[in-house]
Design a protein around this ligand. Structure first.
Ligand code: FES
Ligand SMILES: [Fe+2]
Length: 437
């Protein structure tokens, strides 16, 4: 059972919290590089781990992330002018460079000592995989950037976006490692054979396994970066259908592919504050460009993607309109929960728990074993950070793993198929020609 105190530890990520201190030790995805597209672009408001910040690209092309408020009289720098290698506050013209150093106080007479003394909070940024990443922890602990496979493939092989999740990051993340809900919550999508398996003639074996067998056996093992979560269902042909999900510290999940040549999917569940998170959606193929059909589906908000309200990251179906619940579709079984689309099915159940779910009231079962272990590892890592001990998943090579789908003969445990599993989940293995049946 998770106690109220443990729930507090797990869900509070602002400055001064234990989990917040842990999360600040890892690189954090901030926004798409295209949101700060060119030099001297419009500044963009950012909130991460309950800190209000401003992001801009300066004249030299450097992406900067600064405290959002001018230290003079606390005006938002979003109203500022991005010009001449810095962001200038629009109230009295104080100007700050990409490192937060004040470089100009137009109204101040006398020597330069005051200006030199003024420096605002700034976090280093890098760009990888079309995404701006920042590091908000102590400079002496800054790790090398994570080596996710999707950040290393050509842009044509990848599609990334993000949407607002209106709940604490952890209950959203826990949806990403909970393989047992797929057959029920997403059952309607599987039955129509659309979103999870849009290629006729392929993937049907996987789909049938989902539909015919709701009973699941889990094998969860620690990995160098987090957890490797194996969930198996009887396929009905003498084999078991295994879905291998990766949880990577601190908030990344990788979804098993539909078939051996399908693109791979993943998420990052990043706290904006304690009651909201950014749900990052990643799709990539290790060895080929995404097809026009695949891209169109994602643009249209299908699969793990959702339609957004233009000009925002909020989804068109959201808690204020009950996610466009359709009771008729629920009765008919077109959508198990009456909500359309995998992303919104997930969001509706996660957000329905309230902004921060009270985990002390839960009744967990054996199918929640991955969730229990994830919480345990997060709490353990937070304690390690407090004690100044070494943390997991700071070595960038530990991110070089894939999710996978396997068929293994009935009776074979995942632990017994170590070589097959390693081949399927290492990023150097050939992709698209595998067969493990
Ligand atoms: S408040 Fe920003 S310069 Fe005065
Ligand atoms: Fe889901």
């Amino acid at each position: 059972m998770t106690t109220i105190a443990q729930n507090e530890l797990l869900t509070r990520t602002g400055p001064g919290t234990s989990m917040g201190a842990l999360f600040r030790r890892y690189w954090i995805p901030v926004m798409m590089s295209s949101e700060v597209a060119g030099p001297d672009c419009d500044p963009v408001r950012v909130k991460l781990l309950s800190e209000e910040l401003i992001c801009f690209r300066d004249t030299a092309g450097t992406v900067a992330l600064l405290d959002r408020y001018c230290p003079h009289r606390r005006v938002s720098l979003w109203f500022g002018r991005n010009e001449g290698h810095g962001l200038r506050c629009s109230y009295h013209g104080w100007k700050f460079d990409a490192e937060g150093q004040c470089v100009d106080i137009p109204s101040h007479e006398g020597d330069d000592a005051l200006r030199k003394d003024i420096r605002i909070k700034s976090y280093p940024c890098i760009e990888r995989g079309g995404v701006v990443w920042t590091y908000m922890g102590p400079p002496e602990h800054r790790p090398p950037p994570p080596e996710f496979e999707w950040t290393t493939v050509p842009g044509s092989h990848r599609y990334v976006d993000r949407r607002l999740g209106e709940c604490n990051y952890l209950q959203a993340l826990e949806g990403g490692i909970d393989s047992s809900h797929v057959s029920s919550l997403h059952g309607g999508e599987l039955r129509k054979g659309g979103t999870l398996d849009s290629d006729p003639g392929t993937g049907s074996r996987e789909r049938l396994s989902f539909l015919n067998e709701k009973k699941i056996h889990f094998e969860v093992t620690p990995s160098a970066s987090g957890l490797q979560i194996g969930a198996s269902r009887r396929a009905g042909d003498g084999t078991n259908y295994w879905r291998i999900t990766q949880w990577i510290m601190p908030w990344y999940t990788m979804i098993p592919p539909r078939t051996t040549d399908s693109p791979l999917h993943g998420h990052a569940w990043v706290p904006i504050d304690d009651e909201n998170c950014f749900v990052w959606n990643v799709t990539y193929h290790p060895s080929r460009p995404l097809t026009e059909t695949e891209l169109e589906e994602m643009h249209n908000g299908e699969g793990i993607y959702a339609e957004l309200i233009p000009g925002s990251f909020r989804t068109a179906a959201n808690k204020d309109n009950d996610y466009l619940m359709d009771r008729e579709a629920q009765r008919e079984g077109r959508y198990y929960s009456g909500i359309k689309g995998i992303a919104m099915q997930d969001a509706s159940v996660q957000e329905s728990m309230g902004p921060i779910v009270d985990r002390s009231l839960e009744r967990l079962t054996t199918t929640d074993i991955a969730i229990v272990q994830t919480r345990r590892r997060l709490m353990e890592a937070a304690r390690r950070a407090e004690r100044g001990e070494e943390l997991p998943a700071l070595d960038p090579s530990t991110y070089r793993v894939r999710s996978a789908t396997l068929f293994l003969p009935e009776g074979v445990r995942l632990a017994d198929a170590e070589a097959t599993l390693q081949e399927a989940t290492r990023t150097e293995s050939p992709y698209g020609e595998r067969s493990f049946a």
